[in-house]
Design a protein around this ligand. Sequence first.
Ligand code: IPE
Ligand code: IPE
Ligand code: MG
Length: 237
Amino acid sequence: MNENKKIPQHVAIIMDGNGRWAKQRGKDRSEGHFAGMMALRDTVKAAAEMGVKYLTVYAFSTENWGRPQAEVEALMQLVCKGVEMNTPELRERGVRVEVIGARERFSSEVNAALDRIISSTASGQRMTLVLALNYSSRSELTAAVQRLARRVAEGEIRAEQIDEQMISQSLYTASMPDPDLIIRTSGECRLSNFLMWQASYAEFYFTPTLWPDFGEEQLREAVEAFGARDRRYGLVK
Ligand code: IPE
Ligand code: IPE
Ligand code: MG
């Protein structure tokens, strides 16, 4: 197999730059978020066609609740609209949707929309689209520590028995492989509380492209760059 044709099994994307995209056009930030949803549509289609098996997208962080109320409200509405607009196409393409993050903070309307898209795409075999919503890597790890500590306190396991696999299995991502490639758009070079444990051996790709301008071509560029990387995992080749 050609080195440059390596397809990452799991791609994770920090979809950043919707606000700046809107500002550049004199539009409201919420219009940037809508354009971002359309970019996600294109990217999901392209990823599935390329043979990516898991696509995880950071759509709303726990910290994002601190944005102006109108923007948070627009984002919540967009989740509902996104479900409505995209469910049929995702079903057709064999894309199964999963959600990671603390869903209890969402309204019943948002949670009902999420339940709908999860259940109506559950039989998809081609690719899993993982929506990170109200996600925080530190909260995820904190909850995992609490769960394991409880099991120790109840005498179910000994502290020494806690290993890396047990920790991985206590995270939202228990059923998924770790991301191979993490993409962040908009020129920012940080994780912003995204998949810290899971990213241990991921390849990072940062692009100045703002998220609404991202799509098939930009995904191909990122995957090509990934194919040229030498993943050594601490070993000598
Ligand atoms: C990413 O775009 C979307 C979310 C965080 C919900 P931003 O809204 O962060 O856009 P910028 O970074 O302000 O341009
Ligand atoms: C990270 O983007 C979260 C999402 C893309 C959903 P932010 O725009 O919220 O992150 P910071 O504030 O630049 O770190
Ligand atoms: Mg941002």
